[in-house]
Design a protein around this ligand. Structure first.
Ligand code: GLP
Length: 237
């Protein structure tokens, strides 16, 4: 595991962006895994206007809420469109998300897993981490070899994500998420975190035991992980 600690979230974003640029320069049609949430935003900021040609990349989102109206600005589809597709100048539809409008959600989850395989797998997976150690929406208790599936959100995650909604009860209760086993199949994992509120869980994930109480501890099982933190998030290491 390689670890970089930078002074600010912006500097961490720039350092993480360099990893993404290196990947795309080496493989212009790379398959990138995109995270949502606030953690990767400094990375997407740093990639914007970087001059790197992203026009041939393909992408997969980690997860998506079930139950929001199509086009809802809080959906991860909308976030990926505004923060990734528009800003990096990707082809329309270049980043795929789970089909949460499908009548059969379990089948949609299986199809998504297959689509990742059909694309040849993810070359570089960008990751944030939840306060309870969730990766994507793999909440504590998720099996380390879990696959893309329909899941319930933990109450702590719904409370954390309520900041994007008008009231906590508007936060969906269900999602489709890539599994931990799915994520671990990516060639290279890039975890970015910032802020003092992530310090405890970063230490637990990177230096604690590998178990399902902390889904992000699964990162320790992967042979190629790059962790980029600001100083506050690294304080517990
Ligand atoms: C969200 C997402 C995750 C994200 C995590 C951390 O709920 N499903 O993919 O990494 O929680 O979010 P944030 O970066 O906003 O702290």
């Amino acid at each position: 595991m390689s670890l970089a600690v930078l002074d600010t979230p912006q500097a961490a974003g720039a350092a993480a962006a360099a990893v993404v640029q290196e990947c795309v320069q080496a493989k212009p049609d790379a398959v990138l895994g995109f995270a949502t949430g606030s953690s990767p935003l400094p990375l997407y900021d740093a990639l914007t206007g970087s001059g790197v040609d992203f026009s041939r990349i393909r992408g997969f989102a980690l997860d998506e809420y079930v139950g929001l109206d199509p086009g809802d600005s809080r959906s991860y589809a909308a976030v990926i469109e505004s923060e990734v597709v528009q800003r990096l100048g990707l082809q329309p539809g270049a980043v795929r998300l789970p089909d949460v409008a499908a009548a059969d959600l379990e089948a949609a989850a299986r199809d998504y897993e297959q689509a990742i395989r059909d694309a040849g797998g993810v070359d570089l997976q960008i990751l944030g981490i939840g306060h309870n150690g969730h990766l994507a929406f793999n909440e504590p208790g998720a099996a380390l070899d879990s696959r893309t599936r329909v899941e319930e959100l933990a109450e702590r995650t719904r409370r954390a994500n309520a900041r994007f909604f008008d009231s906590p009860d508007q936060v969906p209760t269900l999602c489709i998420t890539q599994g931990l086993g799915t994520i671990l199949e990516a060639g290279h994992l890039l975890l970015i975190a910032h802020g003092a509120d992530k310090a405890d869980i970063i230490a637990r994930a990177l230096q604690g035991p590998v178990d399902t109480d902390c889904p992000a501890s699964a990162l320790q099982l992967h042979p190629r992980v790059t962790v980029v933190l600001d100083r506050a998030a690294a304080a517990g290491l």
